[in-house]
Design a protein around this ligand. Sequence first.
Ligand code: SAH
Length: 463
Amino acid sequence: MGELNTFPLSYKVRGQRIVIVGGGEEALNKARLAVKTTAQVVIISEQVEADFSGLGATVIARRFAESDLDGAALVFVADHGDDGRTAIAAARARNIPLNVVDVPAECDFYTPSIVERAPLTIAISSEGDAPVLARLVRSRIEAALSPRLGAIARLAGSLRGRVAARLGKAEARRFYEDLVTSPAIERAVEAGQGAEAGAALLEAHAGKDGVAGVVWLIGAGPGAEDLLTLRAQRLLQEADVIVHDQLVPQAVVDMGRRDAERISVGKAKGNHTFSQAQINTLIVRLAREGRKVARLKSGDPMIFGRAGEEVAALRKAGIDYVIVPGVTAALAAAADTATPVTLRNVSSGFVMATAHGADDGEVRHWAALAATGMTVALYMGKSIAADVALAFIRNGASGHLPVGIVTNAGRAGRTLYRGTLGELAGGAADFADGPAVIFVGEAVAHGDWAAAATLAAAEFKVA
Ligand code: SAH
């Protein structure tokens, strides 16, 4: 015995009418849904209040008549007056499925929340109990599915005959999986070249070499799961294998497909389990095996992420790759502290630089930039923060220049430090565990570091 009081099904309406009685917002909402089908949508209301123009529906501005239900597949009643009552009785007399808006007890059927990628339709129903929940689930699914999925589904349909003729059952399944998940196919469909790309993919599957893999270099953002892009999330769901750095928190790695293989390539400070050359070799090998590889990096892959070297290796090996940007640590830190890294009349620009391995010449350069008001964001500098501050001063920066440090930006356990170059150079700061961004520049004084004062005093013992 099941527990559903309704039976989910897809109901044919082609060549028939969907009749909507009522002329207000409720009727308009149902009309928007109804016009997604090929049925003729007819709206009947003596008083048409909502704007039905542009929907492609027929609006009949008069009272309801029973004959309006001729040829109707479905009836919606969104009129709480006499016409509504007449329409309800007429639909019942003719056994036409009826929905009375907002009166569940009177309904023969409910309209689920829909994610539409025609011909693919996903319907979410709570049997009328919790429409808000249904809408929430809907928006999550909406975000997880490519907007091109409908066109790709049509493409799959158009290839069915040829696939059946060329491929065995197992290979056909692999082909369809590839077709609906490949970014290359998605791009081709977008460019109106889906048919050619689909045919080429079919050839690849039919050929004895099999299918090429792909590597997606994905920016995971600073660590919070909801700071991933929708594209990153979607590709993580599609990857066969996820190769991730230590800095990417487990919760983000967990967002991948449950049965995907996960490989941690370390690279946390002081824990180099894989050399960069080994990582390059690894992702090339995995892609050559025909796998879809998500190379997950913290922040943005193009910023101190060694994406350049990995991309060079992939290009050399002739492997398809896609880069998905992410929120870089400095911007997460700027958001955490409401620091406008560029600010009219204060900071005309923003530099991201690595403190690790910087020589005096480089520091002199940044010090000069900071003196003009530019904001300098230093990565990989926490353990040498005092030395870096000293180097700035030694190379001409004022000891009064504002400094702000955000440890664990955009993730749990965030801590702030706010002081001056001189104070930091004094070496009193003792930071919490985790990666940190160091801001130097006048703009820091325009941020909201209110929490920093107490944290800095209590935790970092800054005088
Ligand atoms: N590609 C990454 C940077 C990787 S290099 C990005 O775009 O953010 C590693 C350095 O990034 C760390 O030493 C630290 O300076 C910085 N970093 C990474 N995640 C951070 C976070 N959540 N908070 C503060 N700094 C972070």
